[in-house]
Design a protein around this ligand. Structure first.
Ligand SMILES: [Zn+2]
Length: 171
């Protein structure tokens, strides 16, 4: 599911001419997802009413945090339907995990991040630098790097280059 998600986002971004981290604007999702963002002071919350996702976004949070919150909600709007409050807790946790995976892939696409990871990079410094590059919080970037490194380590080294090429040149 995750690799498929990454591929789809890669293809979608390609079609929207999103090639670099600075090109990543969450507005590109407007065409395909019914979501309304309402800025307010107070914690971010979201509700689905008649298939439209309303996001009450805490405007006092820093931009990187707001980007993650919006991406997470876009993930729910794309991947899930119905009212989350009405589904059981196990299913809900799974949906939360999926929405988070969507936020990772949408804000820090694997095909952009992989070429920026090098053997021997210091994890904390890399998280800090890439958080700046992708305009996301440092802890979000650190989790994403853990996630991607885990996947790279699971693959045989011969296949890694192939995999990266796959991501970079995917249409
Ligand atoms: Zn959620």
């Amino acid at each position: 599911m995750i690799i498929d998600l990454e591929r789809r986002i890669n293809q979608f971004y390609f079609s929207k001419k999103v090639f670099r981290p600075t090109d990543i604007s969450l507005y590109v999702w407007d065409d395909i997802v019914p979501i309304r963002i309402i800025h307010r002071n107070g914690s971010t919350q979201a509700y689905t009413i008649k298939n439209l996702r309303y996001v009450f976004l805490d405007r006092t949070k820093p931009l990187p945090t707001r980007r993650v919150e919006i991406a997470h909600e876009i993930g729910h709007a794309i991947l899930h339907c119905g009212n989350q409050l009405q589904v059981d807790i196990t299913w809900r946790l799974k949906q939360e995990w999926q929405a988070q995976q969507f936020a990772f892939a949408a804000l820090t696409p694997a095909h952009m991040v992989y070429p920026m990871i090098h053997v021997g990079d210091r994890c904390d410094r890399l998280s800090f630098e890439l958080a700046e590059t992708f305009c996301v919080p440092v802890d979000f970037m650190a989790s994403r790097l853990d996630d991607l490194r885990g996947r790279v380590e699971m693959m045989c080294m011969d296949h890694v280059a192939e995999k990266i090429e796959d991501y970079v040149f995917m249409r």
